[in-house]
Design a protein around this ligand. Structure first.
Ligand code: F3S
Length: 77
């Protein structure tokens, strides 16, 4: 299983993740990214389905500030 959240303290609103993985990431009013998949609310507790793993990996690799956190267990942020 995979889980993800965005560290909004270090996100610089570059906009790459939402372009790469629009089913997982969206932006708040200030353009800072957050996990919106299935109503996660950026808590990192919602299991990301396997068909989105490629998007997830690409988004994590593409973030210039390493703000996208991914792990095999829920974060509960
Ligand atoms: Fe922010 Fe990184 Fe996405 S800087 S907008 S979390 S690609």
């Amino acid at each position: 299983a995979k889980y993800t959240w965005v560290d909004k303290e270090t996100c610089i609103a570059c906009g790459a993740c939402g372009a790469t993985a629009p089913d997982i990431y969206d932006y708040d009013d200030e353009g800072i990214a957050e996990v919106i998949y299935d109503g996660d609310g950026n808590h990192g507790v919602t299991e990301i389905p396997e068909d989105l793993y490629d998007d997830l990996q690409d988004a994590q690799d593409g973030c210039p500030t390493d703000s996208i956190k991914v792990a095999d267990a829920p974060f509960n942020k």
